[in-house]
Structures are given as structure tokens and as C-alpha cells.
Design a protein around this ligand. Sequence first.
Ligand SMILES: Nc1ncnc2c1ncn2[C@@H]1O[C@H](COP(=O)(O)OP(=O)(O)OP(=O)(O)O)[C@@H](O)[C@H]1O
Length: 489
Amino acid sequence: MNVAAAEDRPNENAKRSGREDNSMPIRMLPMSVRQALCEHLDSLNVWQQLAAFVKLYSSDVQHIQSENSRGRSPTNEFLNIWGGQYNHSVYSLFALFHKMKLHNAMRLIKDHVDEKFHKYIPKSEPISELRAPASASSKINNGPPYGAASSSSSGVTDDSNSNSLESPGDIRVSSVQRAAQSLLEIDYQELLDATGNWLPENKLGNGGFGEVFKGEWKQLDVAIKAMNYIHKHNDKTQVHLQQSYNELKYLNTIRHDNILALYGYSINGEKPCLVYQLMKNGSLDSRLRAHKSKQPLPPLTWQERLSIALGTAKGIYFLHTARIKPLIHGDIKPANILLDGCMQPKIGDFGLAREGPKSIDAVIEVRQVFGTRIYLPPEFLSSKKLSTGVDIYSFGVVLLELFTGRLMAECTLQNDQQNLLKSVKSSCLQSHQNRLDLFDKHLVTPMGEELDKCLCAIEVGLKCAASNPQERPSMDEVVRRFKTFSREF
Ligand SMILES: Nc1ncnc2c1ncn2[C@@H]1O[C@H](COP(=O)(O)OP(=O)(O)OP(=O)(O)O)[C@@H](O)[C@H]1O
């Protein structure tokens, strides 16, 4: 039997007195299964595609739309109509999900269709339903906000723009499929060969997703993220998959010298993988801690720090200006700034990235705060106001860490989270000696022109990390400021 043969005219009442599949009617699905299915499909926001696929009448579509706007689950309404009114079976639903490549949805109802159809559920996770990992403990909310509340450029909310923030709820499966389709699909066996079958010595580290390995693939040095997909439909998995969506969607479409290159993905093996350009010098975070490691590395020179500052600023500026709507990274921090063989920075981890409000200086209110708390500005933490200013603030904190060598996470451990910002600010207002004392003690204090540049970088860092978003410079200004002395880097 061809499971893909879901009815093309399902609006016609299913004449199912003698169902060929013998499965139960949709309305008989246990409540817990139906609930899980609604939660899953609502989070993917695919009801319109479902309705279009089964050719629901426009009056039915309008009904779902209006119930949705009243806060009801659109999937539940869809099931009421297609499963209730039109009397379709769970098997038909399973076939529909198969056609739409909604493999997780198939998994959710598989216990209610004949076992012989289970073979149609692919073993590995479909890219169309990938989401990202529950974030590290330092991250807030394990993921991005579900939808924007409102937006405005003046701080006054404006409901007319409430959809301008692309949130997980707004992501269409079809657009993610498109993003994945234009990306190279790599055979899993090639990745096994590239990593020597995941040899432990090739392991670069662990992330929220799973493990990252280095390898050589088609004469290219690559980093391969092998995702530990857990076949459980809990919130953690959902967030995990959502961030993979974002990574595919944004990293696949943005090309810039300071943005990490994503080469391809693999889904025909044991675990789904994403393949990136290898960043030989690891993350800025690990580099700033390298003097403490078992095999300490020399500290980054002032020149290298200045060049990392400029490169990162250029990458963020590009994100904010490349498209009509700015793209907000949402998680700028040293762990997400990777360094290539020449110490050039590339911004990675687009799991929390999202399209921002209409323009670069507009503000949008989101329903949930996301990101890494210690890098987030007060207006976002307390009032959920999202703008490009969030990335600018985070970048400011990164600059202060880069030049003082003091890491926010360590300040937090010592319970003086605000102290880095406060102490840098007060030292800057005091004597010249106080300012010199600010610099990372692991290398010789900069002198001459280099000192001027490093002081300038700290000054820019403080401006970017201003509590009042209006006082922060734009990334354009930051790049121009750094460029004035970039020729001598
Ligand atoms: N392209 C790359 N080149 C070199 N090292 C990388 C690359 N991507 C990731 N890594 C390293 O692999 C490790 C895990 O990275 P990953 O991005 O999965 O996790 P994370 O950013 O630490 O955590 P999370 O994903 O939860 O935010 C880190 O040490 C990171 O520096």
C-alpha cells in the first residue's frame, strides 16, 4: 500500500464505512496524543499548509483563522474539521503527514496506525522539523520567543507590526525546507570517513546539540556538529530542533567574511549533522581562557584583539543591514565568536537569530526574553524590548572582556555581575594610571599608538554597553570608529 497516497480530495466526505486501513477515526485519538500533536504542529505553524494540502474550503480556513486569532489551537480546529466533519481516519492523517514530510508528527500518531506503515517514518530527523537544543544553563528560556507582541520605532507599541518579528511560530516548514534544499546534502558515510568514524582525538568539544568533530572532507578542513537527537517530544527537543532551523535558515543565506560558513548537512545517517568551515583557533571564549588550560597558549596580542573587535563589528553590522529588516543575532558572546587560522573572527551559532523590526532603529516587544543573561541589556531583560541595540550591547560587553581579560561569567560566579561594567566605567573617569590598570594583565600594557587604540576600544565598549539604548552607537558608527585605526592593525 502506498502511504503517500493521502487523499487529494479529502474535502469530500470520506466514505469510510469499510475503511481500507482499519484505523480509528481522528476524533477517537486519545486526548494526550491529540494535545501533543496540536502543540507540535502549532509550534511549526503549519496549519495553513495542511489546510491547503487537503484543499479545505475557504470558509473552513477562515474559521480556523478566526479561532487562531482568539488564541485557540489552529491544529485542533483543523482536526475538528478534517477529522470530524469530513470523518477522516488516523491513517489518512498519517499519510498526509508523510506527504508533507512531517515525520515527527507521524511519530506522534504511529501507535494508532497499523505497524506495517511504520516503515514510512524515516530513521533520522527530517530537516523540515529540526529545531535546536535546550541551551546551556546560562541561556534564558531555552530558546527564542514565541512571537512578537508589538513593534514600534518610538517605543510606543504598534499592533499593526506584530508579525514583523520572525519567531518560531512564524517559521513555515516550506521556507525551512527551501533553505535546506539550496544547501548541499552530504552523504553520512563521507562524514564517517572525514572524522575517522568519530575518532575521539578529532573531537573539538560538546555543545547543547551534541558533539563537534573536526575532519577533512573533500580536501576541506571542516567542523561537523553531530546532533544527539532524542526521540522524545518534550520541550527540550522542540527547542533543540527550532535552533537547528534557524541555523539552516540564516547561516545558509548569509555570506560574509566574518560570518561562519555552513557547507552542508547530512540526514541519511545515524544522527543529523551540520558541516561548517573549521575554525582552527576555536572560540574567542576558549582563547581568552587559554592561559589557564593544561597546555596554556600565549595570550592574544593587542593587535589581534583590535582585529577581532573590528571583524566582529563588521559581521554584526552586516547582519543588521544586509536585508530590508535587520537580522538580530541575539546571542553575541565570546563563545559564539570563532577564530580562523589567521585569528580572524567569524560569528556563529544562529540558533537564536531572528528578523527584527521594520528598520534598524525600531524596537519590537517580544513575549519572551532569550539569549545569555549576562550579555543582555536591561531594556530587553526587563521590558522584552528587542532591537539591534541588543546585539550592540552584547558586543560592548564582549569588547570590555576582550581588552580587560575579565570574563563576565567569572564576575557572575563571584557575584559581581555588574562590576565589570561599573568598574571599567569608574576607572575610565579616574586617572590615567587607573585606565592603564584596566588592561588584561596577561600581557604587557599597550603603549604609544597601540595604547590609544586599545583605550578607544574600551571607550566604544562602554558606549555600546550603555544602559540607555538611545546612548548606544549604531554598528555603522562602531565600524567607522575602528576603521580609523584599522590600517595600522
Ligand atoms: N566551526 C567550528 N570550528 C572549530 N570549532 C568549533 C566550530 N564550531 C564549534 N566549535 C567548537 O565546538 C564546541 C561546541 O560548539 P557548539 O557550538 O556546539 O556549542 P556551544 O556554542 O559551546 O554551546 P551551545 O550550542 O549550547 O550554545 C565549542 O568548543 C566550539 O568552540
